[in-house]
Structures are given as C-alpha cells and as structure tokens.
Design a protein around this ligand. Sequence first.
Ligand code: GLA
Length: 744
Amino acid sequence: MCIEIDNKKRLFSLNTKHTTYQMVADSHGFLRHIYYGRKIGSFDMRYREYYSDCGFSPNPYELQTQRDFSLDTRSMEYTGCGIGDFRPGCVRLTNGDGSFSADLRYVGHSLREGKYRIPGLPASYDNGGQCQTLCIDLKDDVSDVIVSLYYGVFPEQDMIARSAVVKNCGKQPIQLYKAASACLDLPFGTWDLIHFQGRHCMERMPERTPVPHATVNISSGRGASSHQHNPFAILAAPETGEDNGPCYGAMLVYSGNFKIEAECSQMQSTRLVAGISDEQFCWHLEPGESFYTPELLLSYTDRGLTALSQCYQDFVAENICRGPYKDGSRPVLINNWEATYFDFNAETLCGIARQARNLGVEMLVLDDGWFGQRDDDTSGLGDWFVNEQKLGCTLPRLIDRIRKMGLKFGIWVEPEMVSQNSQLYRQHPDWALTVPGRNPTVGRGQLVLDLSRKDVVDYLYATFSQLLRSNAIAYVKWDMNRHLTDVFSRELPPQRQGEVFHRYMLGLYDLLERLTQEFPQVLFEGCSGGGGRFDAGMLYYFPQIWCSDDTDPIERLKIQYGTSFGYPIRSVGSHVSASPNHQTGRKTPLNTRAVVAMSGTFGYELDLQLLSAEEKEEIRRQIPKYKRWQSLIFHGNYYRLTNPLRDDYFTAWQFAAKDGTQALLNLVVTAPKANPYPIHVTLKGLDPEGMYREEGSGMVYSGAALMYGGYTLPILLGDYPSVQLYFEKIGFQDGDGASRNGNH
Ligand code: GLA
C-alpha cells in the first residue's frame, strides 16, 4: 500500500520508494499540503507548521478570531478563487450569478488500485506496477461545483501523477477561466526554477533562475507546446547539481497551450501551479458537465538533477510511451529532406535508397513534396493524394521498388494543415481556423485546420487510415509547421470560442488515438518544425520526435543536452546530415556527426551518393556500431558529464547499463585549443568494484578508478574531433586492486 490514510486525522500520506507526499483535510475542510520530500512514511509532519497573523492576509469567515489562519499563507493542495489566497491560483470561474467565487472544501475521498485515466487525454499508465489512485473531492457549497483531485502514485518510479476534474453539480451554468492540473506549495527553502526555453532550430535550452517574489510564467499560447517553452520545469535548491541536492520535477502530459507559474511568496514559501494556459481560455460548463485537466507528473529526489532526469526518462519511456516500438529497436533510416528538399522523383529516391541499402540503412523516409501540387511550401497541404506526375509512378509502385531493395518505407505527412492553394481549401474554406470578416495570419504560407470539429477529424482519420491501409508504410513522420492564430471555430457558439484551443487538442488526440491503435505496426515520429511539440503528450502516441530542424552536431549537443533533462534518449530523433551543415554552414567530421546522432534514434539525412568512397566506408562501419550499442543507448542510464552551455572546450556524456556491465563515453571537442590542457572526464554509473576493459586499447580499469579518478584522453586536434569509448565489465577487483579475471 503506497497510499496511507489516517481517517481520524484525515491525513493522507503518499509513499513512493524514496519520497513521501502528505496532505491533510483539516477540521474546516481545507485540503492543506503538508510535505513533499524524502521518504518519512506516514509520520504526521504538521509539527513543522508555524503561522502568525500576517497583515493583509485575510481569514476565512469562521476563523476570523484565529488571525494566524489565512489561505494566503497556508500551503494548499488546490486553490479556489475570490476567498483570500492572493498567490497564483488553480481555479478561476464565474458562477451563475456572475460571482468569481469558489470556496473548495473537502467532502470525501476514495482509494483504488491502479491508475486513473483521463477521458480524451493522454496520461501515464501503470504498466504492470503497483500504482494506486487517490481521489479527493472538494466542493463549493454555494454553487455546488465539485473539484476532484486525482493522485496516481507510482511507488517504484517515484512518480506522482496529478489531475483535476471540475464538475458543475449546480443548477446554473458556470464559466471556467482557469483550471490548473495541480499546485505544489513548498513551505520552506529558496528554490531555483530550471525551465527550457528556445526557438525554432534551438529548442530546450535550460535556463536557471532563482524563483523571485513575482510570478514567473513559463507558457505557450501557440496551440502547441512550442519551441519557445517546454511544459517541463524543475525546482532545485540553489546548491543542487547533477549529483547532489534536492529537486522537484513538474511535467505536463499535454501538447497545447500550457502555463507553469512559480512564485516566492511574502512568507518565503514557493508555489508552482501548472496546467492548461488560461490565456484565451474559457470553458462553458452546463449543469452536469465536467472539465478534465491534463496530467502533471511530479517527482522529487535529493540526489540531484541526474537522478531526477533518469526518473523522468524511464517513466516517460515505460509509463507514457506505448506500442510495439516503445522498447524495441528502431530502424536506421535515410530521410530525403536535406538531400533533395522538394526536388525529387522516383528515380532520385531509388538512387538514394539503393546507395543507403548498400551502406546498411534499413528504411527510406520520403519527406515533404510527394502529394498534391507541392513543389515548394506555398501549396498542396491538404491534398493527400500522390503526385504521380512528379514521382513518375504510383505510390504503391515506388514502395514496391524500395521494398524490393530490402528497405522499409516511411512517409512524411502534415495532416493538421491546409495550404490556401489546395483543393481541400477550395472545397472547405470553413475547415480552416479563421475569424469571419478578418484576413487570417499565415505561417509558412499555410493555415491550420479546425481540429475542434468532429467532421474535420473524421475526414483526416478517413484520409490517413486509407493511406496506411492501402500502402506498405512502416513509418510516419507527423509534422506540424506553424502555430495557431485566428482561433475561432465556425461550429461553436460565441460563448464557447474560448474552448477552441483545447478542443483542437482533444480532436488531435482523438485522431492520433484512432490511427495509432489501428496501425500499431507503424512507427510514428512526431515533428513540429523539428522539436516544437516535444512533450509527454505527444510521446503517448509517438515513441519518438524529431528533436530539432537544426542538424548541426555542435548545436545539437546543446539541444540534446537540454532535451535529456526530461525526455528519454530513445525518443530523440537524430540524424547525420551533410557538411557544411545546411542550417549553420559549419563543417564537421562525419564521425562527429554520427557520434552525436547516435544518442537518439539514429539515421541519415543527406545525399549519400555524393559522399567519397572513404566516407561511405565510414558509414558502413557506423551502422553496425550503432546497432550494437542501441540497447545500451536506449535502456542504459544517461549521464551529462559536462554542460555545453557553459563549458566551451568539449562536451561529454555517457551511457551506463543499469546493471553496470557496460558503458559508452561520448566526447566532442567543440573549441580545439593550441597548447591544449588535458581533456579529463570522470565516468558515472559503473560498479566501483568491477573491472572494465576498454574496447580497442584493451586497457583494464577498475570502476572506482574511472569514476573517482577519471579518464584522461589524448589531445584531440582539428575541427570538432570526437571519440566514443566503450567499456565492458570483465570481472571484479581483488583487494590489492588487481583484476580477478581481467588481463591488466
Ligand atoms: C519541417 C520538418 C523538416 C521537414 C520539413 C518539410 O520543417 O521539421 O524535417 O520535414 O518540415 O517541409
């Protein structure tokens, strides 16, 4: 039993392997947060609480003589509105009489085995574990609004999943302007906020800043989780580093508009509130209707950022991702985008495929430009029938030729979009998100389809299920190349226009659920101009996401570093592209491009026919190397050994098998130096007692030596040189330091 309830005290203790989360429904019915941190079992932690009368922090009506009780200063589980908590709140609504009031008090709870689900939304699942769900109901007695708080406790994974449901049990409609998934109050300490900002071609750059006495707002109003912000944040103590110190993670399982707020209060407590963004959000709830918020994944460790990252990486891979590919190996692919862009036909593609097959590649992915009138990005989106004139043959014929070469076939699609110059738009202009009487904003020349409409979603399902049913397609790259503007649906009445952003996500998730369930054998890769929708919501449907449109390996070091804080390495789409790189113009060695791309789902994205014989030979060696290490890379523990945003000499990162039997050290010199000082790294995740043989040199080291004393590399000169060193455990160390079955 990971959830312990003291019914007399109404004290709830949620225990995972290393953590305890505690709250109490007090005698007034307020659900107060008591503790979240290192495991303390069910010990009542209220002894830590101290409150005094705080000027201008008001008191609940029945507690007006007890001036030290204010909702403005207490740690709360989920806040109402209009009743004296002036910190960032969870719910903002108007009742039938127009009042902005919600006084949420405990009315009951229930406990059950297994993990709750959220209708229409992606959420973590139990995956054969010992998850339990606690549901606590809070009610406003005047309006009869009930907020049900769900806690899914994953004991082995140290994860607590939270979600809230707002139900209108009253007789009047209500307007919901904000409905957060969860709130986390930390009563003591000072905290840094680590969040992941960026832009197209430079996603998820970690930024660390002390939580100020003001609300920091990490959010997206773009209709996608976005390149600019990611729905994942960390609260870390100022002293917390990779291997030490307390930190909390908060990850939303949602791909649309979101908001994560953090604030240090007047009483030095810290609050984090996370959920759907309240910008342009207003949900109309008729009597009897409910609103389901997305899930927030909370975790805590006192062992630093590496431990927190490994916790999220494993959890997302095991308890969010689904389908036959979630654990399995992924084919090494060749994508024609950076090889040909829009300029190709069947012969060009077959030429690339033939060359790729000869080098050991396993799948050809046909990117943008195969459908409708699509020779550039100004037209054709929406017309999902093959352009036989351009290709020179039918799609089945092309696929047949590719498959006869022994390659699988994958295809690019961008279903959520429509070009103004397309048959679909001419037939159904009302299917695009536009505001009547206004010219719509365009992005990459295209408009967004209104996925809040069931007829549009059904049409897309029919179109893409037909494409997958009638063709031997093994892989789909699902793109989304602009953000949402002019968010207005012609199907909804005026008072429901504030629902369109979220209804779009519900429509998209419905479409993805139908397609991925019907075609489980298809490997889906998410994409949004690279990593513009890289989040746990998408990973519920797609086990991998194209990490960035920036394929420059030196830039990718930073992007993949940032991505690793929350997301599994096997979800990171990563390819070797041409040199000079198309985004930066930088020249890098082929080996370095492969070293970086191997820390993800490996593939190539260049015209292999243009390479020299030596380069082709090198690729012939790279692919078996990756295949041999894929399981270690996918299932091992991942360690950031340097910080590429800070350290300019070299970047190093490492994989270690969970049982310590093997390790792979990766290192890229990012700024070679004259008269260089030594390149020295300390390895992690090895068995200190074990003896490890380095592949190639045959040198044997103890795990303790490599982890505590480190490893010094020979000087690496030239443009962006790199190395990969593989260590295999060959036995154990004797007391005198010699290996028992080693050869050193
Ligand atoms: C997006 C993707 C690219 C490529 C192009 C095609 O930018 O991120 O990888 O597929 O679209 O238009």
